[in-house]
Design a protein around this ligand. Structure first.
Ligand code: SF4
Ligand code: MG
Length: 333
């Protein structure tokens, strides 16, 4: 199947006073048209940087693309000029964030902001633009869309602002929507409604979606595939069912253990992974997870395990799935 997006060996660094942070260290994945995938990991694992790289939103300096390619619809985005990217952003790729206020202008009526996007990227102007904006506000489930059109973002509740931002991101019918923690700031009920809305719109409009989240709990039922990132790398990826029921990486298991299940006493029994992610100025040699991994072996500290293919869709980077380990042999570096 033809890929809408192919990220190949993406590496992104940031200069800081303390040294160069290796935020993304060789990330590769593909996305087919109409597919919804999730990129999951703790804060600082490089998932947002990966998303922002696709939009080419990494500020340079201090950021820089060290290596890799990002093919969107067959064209590498990394060498594109800022002018070319301005056309692609909004029109071909839309993005929504955790805080709608980062994309909504507080001093401008919501409807006008959507019209502005339409004017920039489409030939819808005047009444047609307004009509399309009202349609979008209705499509994302805002009651009274005509009235909402003329209101300011502060007149919207948090959940409504998130809906307005989705309306704006989808106004030009982009082929890809990147949603970076879109529901993190919302309460659980609104969170479920927003995810349901995104799912509905994906089916209705055929938009591909990349959902970025730290919470594996919101992924089931939404994404068909999951990419788990740790310390700037993909440590496991597979279909949602492979990740939920046949996961092989101790980090993925740790993430799943901290997902509340129905009937479970919330918070009390959840076991977040002990320890903290490594400093990416000087990432550990070997598997970056070893300082936190209960199953770490000597080899883990010394040699980085390659991503091994377990099925057409399932990849994992862990010495425990290495062929020698499965035969019970001693792994030596
Ligand atoms: Fe744990 Fe070793 Fe696997 Fe890393 S490679 S996750 S340290 S067992
Ligand atoms: Mg983030």
């Amino acid at each position: 199947m033809k890929h809408l997006l192919s990220v190949n060996n993406l590496q992104v660094h940031f200069k800081t006073f303390a040294g160069e942070v290796q935020a993304v260290r060789g990330v590769s994945f593909d996305l087919t048209a109409g597919e919804a995938i999730a990129i999951v990991g703790e804060s600082g694992c490089g998932k947002s940087v990966t998303a922002q790289s696709i939009m080419r939103l990494i500020p340079s300096p201090p950021g820089r693309y060290v290596a890799g390619e990002i093919f969107f619809d067959g064209e590498n985005l990394l060498p594109k000029t800022e002018k070319e990217m301005e056309i692609i952003r909004g029109k071909d790729i839309g993005m929504i964030f955790q805080d709608p206020m980062t994309s909504l202008n507080p001093t401008m009526k919501v409807g006008h902001q959507i019209v502005e996007t339409l004017n920039k990227h489409t030939d819808l102007a005047g009444e047609a633009g307004k009509q399309r904006a009202v349609e979008m506000l209705a499509l994302v489930g805002l009651p009274n869309p005509e009235k909402r059109y003329g209101q300011y973002p502060h007149q919207f509740s948090g959940g409504m602002r998130q809906r307005a931002m989705i309306a704006m991101a989808l106004a030009c019918n982009p082929r890809l929507l990147i949603a970076d923690e879109p529901t993190t700031a919302l309460d659980v009920t609104i969170q479920a409604q927003i995810l349901e809305l995104m799912q509905e719109l994906k089916d209705k409009l055929g938009t591909s979606i990349i959902l970025i989240t730290h919470d594996l709990g919101v992924v089931a039922g939404f994404a068909s595939r999951v990419i788990v990132m740790y310390a700037g790398k993909v440590v496991e990826s597979g279909t949602t069912s492979e990740i939920f029921y046949q996961q092989r990486h101790p980090y993925t298991r740790g993430l799943l253990a901290s997902v509340p299940r129905p009937g479970q006493e919330i918070r009390k029994k959840l076991s977040p992974i002990a320890g903290r992610p490594p400093d990416l100025i000087a990432p550990p040699q070997g598997c970056a997870f070893w300082p936190r991994c209960e199953r770490a072996m000597l080899v883990c500290r010394e040699v980085q395990p390659d991503l091994v293919r377990l099925s057409d869709t399932h990849l994992v980077s862990c010495w425990l799935t290495h062929e020698y380990a499965s035969k019970g042999a001693t792994i030596r570096s």
